[in-house]
Design a protein around this ligand. Sequence first.
Ligand SMILES: C[S@@+](CC[C@H](N)C(=O)[O-])C[C@H]1O[C@@H](n2cnc3c(N)ncnc32)[C@H](O)[C@@H]1O
Length: 213
Amino acid sequence: MQLDVFTLIPHAFAWLTEQRPVAAVLGDELDLRLFSYRDSTPLAGSQVDDEPYGGGAGMVLRVDVVAAALDAAYGGPPEHRVVALTPQGRQLTQAVVEELAAEERLTLLSARFEGFDERVLAHLASDSISIGPYVLSNGDLPAMVLLDAIARRLPGALSEGSGEVESFSDELSGGLEYPHYTRPAEFRGWHVPDVLLSGDHARIEGWRKEHVR
Ligand SMILES: C[S@@+](CC[C@H](N)C(=O)[O-])C[C@H]1O[C@@H](n2cnc3c(N)ncnc32)[C@H](O)[C@@H]1O
């Protein structure tokens, strides 16, 4: 997958690209490109934002700036999906992650300040996604949430089998994963369920099915 992120802070992504699972697929299943709106802005002084028409607090990311960034990267309007990150977008779920992870090319647009000029959403983006019903200071954390969630669905991101039976997966009928325990078997009087120590795989399987939430 080629995943392009347009942002004002490309270096914010450095940490994530060094961590698994993103690091495991980078340069192989994942071609990640980070673009700064400031590198292609047609405005003087690296300007990217402006005051809102009608007045009010905050600055708005300009439509001509976003268009120039897309033109510089693609030579015109891209034919693949362009997802704007906004609190007003479709709520992110595992089903949306699976849908995005199946794309060959994907562009994420991050904003800050008061957000995008509405014409970005109407004419330059193909859809909008929110990572939850709360407001963050910019779209970079949402873009990183998507990047991580998508990366772990790409081949080679996870060790064999660990990405199949997970919360929200078909294997668990969309439910939440059963509880996990590891050593010690008893700690401060808190015991691991006996069945998990039994070595009886059928009973363990049954217990896990019962405890899908
Ligand atoms: C401070 S927020 C803008 C909030 C906007 N004025 C509002 O009231 O809905 C700046 C940017 O952060 C990003 N952002 C903030 N919260 C988000 C969320 N829950 N999901 C996706 N993006 C978000 C978006 O790119 C947004 O344009």
